[in-house]
Design a protein. Sequence first.
Lengths: 288, 209
Amino acid sequence: MIGAGMSMVELHEFEEEEELPAWSLPADAVDRIRVPVTLPEQVTREWAWGGSTGAGVRVCILDSGVELDHPLVGRVDRSVAVLRDEEGELHVVDDTKGDLCGHGTACAGIVRALAPDVELTSVRVLGAGYTGGGEILLRGLAWAIEQGFQIVNMSLSTTRTKYVERLHELADRAYFRRVLLVASAHNMPVESFPWRFASVISVGSHEEPEPLTFYYNPSPPVEFFGRGLDLDVAWLDGGTLRCTGNSFATPHIAGICALVLGKHADLTPFQLKSVLYQTASNAAGGGA
Amino acid sequence: MSDLEAAVAAGVLGADEAHRSLLQATVEVARAIFGAKAASVFLLDEEADELVFEAVAGEGEGELLGMRFPAGTGIAGWVLTTRQPLIVDDLSADTRWSRSAAESTGYVPKSMMAVPLLAEERALGVLNVLDRPAESRVKLREVDLLGLFANQAAIALDLLQRARRAREALAGEGRLAPLARVAARLEEGERDTAFELLRALERVLTEQS
């Protein structure tokens, strides 16, 4: 388990970079922590993302890679891959292979269609062989959090319980660092992660054709439903493919989150979740 | 589970064939329910990092069994690694995929529903439903239905693998092979004596540990 040990060391080093924890609040410090955004009495879609194009928001696609120069994806600011060297150690390296199966490109295209001015980064954690995928996923996610992307799209999950604790730790770390994890839910009778964690935004599919239609689910663990049925998504070789799946509902919600953060950059993940809740198509703020 | 327990649980003799029939029945029902041209199950061979056709109903039945291809790429590979079901309605648009499918199987499907086969925390393979009727637009209810079939296929596949492991342990150079050969050679009366001896051995081992 070289990979597991190494990853823990990395997380530990990462932790040491943080400032000393503040577990109490002296009276003279209150002014320093005034919060920049207060939500209006009625959050509307106009308030939430009216006029936003997602400009200034950095979105990470944690997937099979993203094809460069795809007309539906446009500019990809950076592409990296998590690769294992001969000694079995994992490294995050710049990558020119694009997308190995088409799926990451599909997710990137959906985010781009909703939020045309976001910065996209691809982290390839899938497609280079099946074995050892869990360690690669964890390493890629840790890197994305370290890089401080505002949004990480995760149209994937793992069922391996041995990764759950570390995945949970990373999800909480992301939550406190304002890295929003948007993760695909799983509609099969099996437990999988990270979408079940309360610190992420979990996404299932609805059957409607409108990309900005999304619903809050009052019976979690799936918290939101996005468009996931019969989509023409970007695919390999500059093409498109008609697909269905929660994997494609997830980047719809990620794209909407990018629009909101493009307008309200200081929102925390819990505020952003509240904004989604209040602007969902089944909520009072969902119509305008 | 130990090899011997697995062997006993699987019933070993004939279990392989029975579980294969169960898997075959599952893909046949899946094909019929969705009105599809074909349905198949891929088994993941983790050591070789390859997917193997383990059951096929409809188009390709007979020729495809046992055929292998790399596990990490393509739509089935993606379904396996992400653990997410995926439905694709115009496979011909995925030129790389259709070319490789045509080369390896001689049959190029137009549409595909693929769902991972999961047993507890392991991913065992992928269930595919190919070429539903063109007029049947996919609904999310179908995805849920596919998930239920996948659950059944995963159980059958899990049993099949257990039976194979048990048979391997009891055959040829397997660890339990000498035990199986001795047990098979003994006459009825001697067999009882042999098992009495084994129980005594177990007691001694238990006391020592």
